[in-house]
Write a protein that binds this ligand. Structure first.
Ligand code: BDR
Ligand code: CA
Length: 313
């Protein structure tokens, strides 16, 4: 199975992304690297540890602590309104019994890119701070990684943290700029794509009925869905981060256009806005395509399929 690192700020949909990644059985998850984002870095680290225990992989998947603040800006505002007070809905999950590891998330990304040069997939579902630190320390990271898929950006639709910006990019626009201009072969899965990848009450009912293995996911999703409802998102919630994991394995989950992405960082008003420039060789989402909607309507079920089966282990 190909090596992968999941770099995350759990967060409910990050937790689902981890469960989905493990559930597909497609990957050899070499590390789960945390980063500050939805919650401060110390909390996302603890959440990451607790999740590996809840999903019974704490003996196999090392968890690392990530960047505590953005490259140059003030630390994030917490996204507790969506993810719950400590980031995992109403859960208080026990900590993993694994030893705390001294290596930082950025260092682990660098080490694994050397150990698995040309093979490693990196999937990022939080702010891009760790990845940027790795690149600033060693720009060669960009060419050693086989594929980099991240959830972030909003080039054509309103943002979700400001009218023009998506949360992950807004949280650390300078890191995003470092990453997107580094030459790393990236696929951007932005809000245009994830807002087509919806989980509705009927899907939740399936998960709730499916047994103990899906119980955690179902409880998390109920909190997430309620939050989207409260924030005017209607009855369904987008599965931003699981979609990025899906795209790591199967690019046909989205219709992609090739181009470059520029991040706006100068003014606070437009902070973190992503602008798609149709040139360059990167795979980016393609918005509002009927193909996209149709594919994702289907993959919404497919994505939960393998997960549902494996959630029961
Ligand atoms: C992204 O922001 C976070 O709150 C979610 O976990 C996801 O990664 C969506 O904009
Ligand atoms: Ca996230």
């Amino acid at each position: 199975r190909p090596p992968i690192v999941l770099d995350s700020d759990p967060g409910i949909d990050d937790a689902l992304a981890l469960q989905y990644l493990l559930g597909t059985g497609l990957w050899d998850l070499k590390a789960y690297t945390s980063v500050g984002g939805n919650l401060p870095a110390e909390q996302t680290y603890l959440n990451a540890r607790a999740l590996t225990r809840a999903l019974r992989v704490d003996a196999d998947v090392p968890v690392h602590r990530g960047a505590g603040r953005p490259l140059t800006r003030l630390p994030y505002t917490s996204a507790s309104a969506f993810h719950g007070r400590a980031g995992l809905g109403n859960e208080t999950l026990p900590d993993s019994t694994a030893a705390h590891l001294p290596e930082s998330s950025a260092r682990v990304l660098l080490r694994l890119s050397r150990e698995y040069e040309g093979e490693l997939t990196v999937c990022a579902t939080g702010p891009l701070t760790n990845v940027a630190i790795a690149l600033l320390e060693d720009p060669g990271f960009a060419r050693r990684v086989r594929k980099f898929v991240f959830m972030g950006g909003a080039a054509q639709v309103p943002g979700n943290i400001t009218p023009v910006a998506e949360f992950n990019i807004w949280a650390d626009p300078d890191a995003a700029e470092v990453v997107l201009s580094s030459g790393i072969p990236f696929t951007m899965v932005d809000l245009d794509a994830s807002h087509h990848f919806l989980l509705g009450p009927a899907d939740l009912a399936v998960l709730e009925a499916a047994g103990t293995g899906t119980a955690l996911a179902a409880r998390l999703l109920r909190v997430y869905m309620d939050a989207y409802r409260r924030h005017g998102g209607g009855d369904a919630c987008p599965l931003h981060d699981p979609l990025a994991v899906g795209v790591c394995a199967d690019e046909s989950f989205i219709t992609a256009a090739e181009g470059a992405v520029v991040v706006e960082g100068a003014s606070e008003l437009t902070r973190g806005k992503t602008v798609f420039v149709p040139s360059g060789a990167h795979r980016v989402y393609y918005a509002d395509s009927p193909t996209l909607s149709a594919r994702l309507a289907v993959t919404g079920r497919v994505a939960l399929g393998p997960g549902t089966r494996d959630f029961t282990r």
